[in-house]
Design a protein around this ligand. Structure first.
Ligand code: ZN
Length: 123
């Protein structure tokens, strides 16, 4: 495990009302169409202290949100080929969130972190 998703370093928030131009942030899973957090590739590195800079954000859009529709196909997380990518989520909040399948993140086609979020743990 790298850390828990609820670790302040990640500044994780749920997203809602996602469109091609943006999203709202919220604390609760109900009504959220995704989750946004700082990429684990920078966790624990000296150049990214908890009160400092971050490498980049990761957005994971849900295939099965509770209480709202999934993000539209032209918005939310993207696969390497540019199409929409969606994850099956379970849990009740950041503390026990599970995403399936694994998350392969990276700007400009490179993979900087490929891991799992299971029961709120980032690995
Ligand atoms: Zn990264």
């Amino acid at each position: 495990m790298i850390a828990r998703l609820s670790d302040p370093w990640f500044a994780a928030v749920f997203t809602s009302g996602t469109t091609a131009t943006g999203y709202r942030k919220q604390d609760v899973l109900d009504g959220a169409d995704g989750v946004r957090f700082w990429c684990p590739c920078g966790y624990g590195k000296a150049q990214y202290p908890v009160d400092g800079a971050r490498p980049h954000a990761v957005i994971v859009s849900f295939a099965n949100p509770h209480g709202c529709a999934p993000a539209p196909p032209d918005a939310g997380s993207r696969s390497r080929d540019g199409g929409p990518s969606r994850w099956t989520m379970s849990g009740t909040g950041l503390h026990d969130l599970t995403l399936n399948p694994s998350v392969d993140a990276g700007p400009e086609g490179a993979s900087c972190w490929h891991g799992w979020i299971v029961n709120g743990e980032v690995s």
